[in-house]
Design a protein around this ligand. Structure first.
Ligand code: AMP
Length: 624
């Protein structure tokens, strides 16, 4: 068995984080001043499917390489094409159907599975961890949303394997958030905890029950009582509301009807940047000035106040609170039963969110830890429990959806019920319906509905090679076992013949065992790539593009810029160019942080140029 440290990983839809806990407590690994330890869950692939860039390097060039920069892979993991169909229209890359009805990303000639994309993110996190800890890392605890079903959990494990990590435990994100706060240490009585997770694009609320330890070790039990949420509710919506407000007011002021949808994509992106910046500023200040100078004597100026934002975002936050109502109803609890509320996700920094949550639950929400890091910190705490460092806490999770098998007439017989604690085991007897039948097919499903078509298919199992017997005589015992990770194992044996069948697993939406093994081999062959060199190469490529793009913009609108602004842009371009030349001569002498800083300086110096881009786009719109 592998030894060495066990790391905790928050493998997020938009951002991922790695952390580690020891006697000193949990801490984020690989954090620096520029990135704060957050790795965007973005991976850029080359035309033949080879990895080109991961994390920040991939995200910052996502506009230029939109068709081969993959993000949001987590939404597709362990899911079928039908499941992911609603997500597809907003994605700039193409998703196709692969084997077993899985969703795959098409990049040039290559079809890439979501697990492979996630594995690339995990490789980067593992690299950071190894660099920070100074030793090899082979084991990890990875978090998943509480509502993830078996196929999605299994896909997460597969991604870990592909990254060369033994995933020793899968833990629910809200449980990890509670652990990060050290909640429950020597708890004297039961507590009900709400985890309110509002990010950029999604909202999840979970209610956990913490029971004080009753076993010899004084361990505690976390149980997920209910989860609710909205996969299309997040901070991005608020950005859009602000963008609409600004565009409407500009229309009013300039006497032309402007539409968000008709803005050129650069102008829209620039407006989005201004809107998000104003929103973030309003979390600290009462007022955020917005000034967009169209350069033709027309200036749009507006002080956005916190009150403006609150009236804009009122319906938005109400939508989140309705999910809280649902979660409470599902858990058969009232607000008065809630002892603590934990805030997770960047949007919980907004005062309006904190105020509404406080008013709704009647308790002061926990906000001391960085909401972007809470889950990874908790995963690290869990890792230390698994590793034996911390024996004071034991985790128990529940099965989020019932598990069953298909029976006559496409109905579903439930074997393990929803909300049962893991590990859980159930056995059931089956027989044949036709004389001389030598094989039996078992279709495993997950869901609360009664009919096969309304449940989620997890896979089909074939027990073959039975001796021919009259119908109804064979006694086939099937066992379902959900282990501590919430992962399902199915086994079967025929009692009369004593035949223990080698079950052939044909996952409906996952990867086949052969595929995982093949990918694993491939990933080992590449895992030793020199990631640092890779990173520098990415940074150089991206910087070249930044320079090219900025020069094109300068050629177009540079004449309209004040000379000191142009000089500042030239200076930052020069600094970036110098780093590129240094890397070309000797890549090992370059500090990646230097590139990030030079890129930030470039971003700052080009704000005015973006404004002019917006203005040009608006003018073009007006002339139409
Ligand atoms: P997450 O998905 O958890 O990384 O959250 C990202 C979202 O949080 C984005 O919509 C950000 O604009 C938002 N966000 C981050 N920091 C702040 C802040 N200080 N105030 C308001 N929103 C923020």
């Amino acid at each position: 068995m592998a030894a060495g440290p066990i790391i905790g990983i928050d493998l997020g839809t938009t951002n991922s984080v790695v952390a580690f806990a020891d006697e000193r407590g949990p801490r984020v690994l690989g954090a620096d001043d520029v990135t704060g330890g957050v790795v965007p869950s973005f991976a850029r692939f080359g035309p033949s499917g080879e990895i080109e860039a991961i994390g920040h390097a991939a995200k910052s060039s996502a506009v230029e390489f939109a068709d081969r920069t993959i993000h949001s892979a987590k939404r597709m993991m362990g899911r079928s094409m039908r499941d992911v169909a609603p997500d597809l229209e907003t994605l700039a890359f193409s998703v196709e159907e692969g084997a077993h009805d899985t969703a795959r990303f098409r990049v040039g000639e290559a079809l890439i599975s979501p697990q492979e994309v996630s594995a690339q993110i995990l490789v980067e996190l593992r690299r950071r961890a190894e660099q920070a800890l100074g030793e090899a890392v082979e084991r990890a605890v990875i978090t998943v949303p509480a509502y993830f079903d078996d196929a999605q959990r299994q896909a997460t494990r597969d991604a870990g394997r592909l990254a060369g990590l033994d995933v020793v435990r899968i833990v629910n994100e809200p449980t990890a958030a509670a652990l990060a706060y050290g909640i429950g240490v020597r708890a004297a009585e039961e507590q009900r905890i709400v985890v309110f997770d509002l990010g950029g694009g999604t909202f999840d609320v979970s209610i956990l029950l913490l029971s004080p330890g009753e076993n010899a070790a004084g361990a505690e039990f976390f149980e997920v009582l209910s989860t609710a949420g909205d996969t299309r509710l997040g901070g991005d919506d608020v950005d859009r509301l602000i963008m609409r407000l600004l565009i409407d007011e500009m229309s009013g002021q300039f006497g032309t009807q402007l539409e968000l949808s008709s803005l050129a994509s650069e102008a829209r992106q620039a407006l989005r940047t201004f809107s998000e910046a104003a929103k973030v500023r309003l979390s600290e200040d009462a007022e955020a000035p917005v000034r967009i100078d169209l350069g033709d004597g027309r200036v749009f100026e507006r002080a956005l106040t916190r009150a403006d934002l609150e009236s804009l975002a009122n319906d938005w936050i109400e939508q989140a609170m309705r999910c809280c109502d649902r979660a409470l109803a599902d858990a058969k609890l009232g607000v008065k039963d809630i002892d603590r509320v934990i805030m997770v996700g960047g949007s919980t920094r907004m005062p309006i969110v904190r105020d509404r949550v406080r008013a709704f639950f009647g308790v002061e929400p926990y906000t001391a830890l960085d909401p972007d890091l809470v889950v990874a910190l908790g995963a690290a705490v869990q890792a230390s429990i698994v590793g034996g460092l911390d024996r004071s806490r034991l985790l128990l999770d529940v099965i989020p959806l019932s598990l069953g098998v298909e029976t006559q007439g496409a109905a579903v017989a439930k074997m393990i019920m929803r909300n049962q604690m893991t590990p859980a085991r159930a056995t059931e007897m089956f027989t044949t319906s036709v004389d001389g039948q030598t094989s039996i097919k078992l279709h495993v499903l997950q869901g609360e509905r009664e009919m096969v078509e309304d449940c989620r298919s997890l896979g089909e199992f074939h027990l073959s090679g039975l001796p021919p017997m009259p119908a109804g005589v064979p006694q086939l015992e099937v066992e379902f076992l959900v282990d501590a990770n919430g992962v399902l194992n199915v086994s079967a044996f025929e009692r009369r013949s004593g035949k223990r069948a080698a079950l052939q697993v044909a996952p409906s939406h996952g990867l086949s065992r052969e595929e995982v093994e093949r990918m694993e081999e491939e990933s080992f062959a590449h895992a030793r790539d020199d990631m640092q060199r890779h990173r520098i190469v990415d940074l150089v490529t991206n910087s070249r593009l930044d320079i090219k793009w900025t020069r094109e913009q300068l050629n177009r609108v540079g004449g309209k810029l004040a000379s000191d602004v142009r000089t500042a842009i030239e200076d930052s371009l020069g600094a970036l160019q110098k780093l590129i030349e240094q890397a070309d001569t000797d890549w090992s002498s370059v500090d990646p942080g230097g590139f990030q800083q030079a890129k930030e300086a470039l971003d700052r110096s080009t704000i005015r140029m973006h404004e002019i881009s917006i203005a040009e786009s608006l003018r073009a719109d007006e002339e139409k």
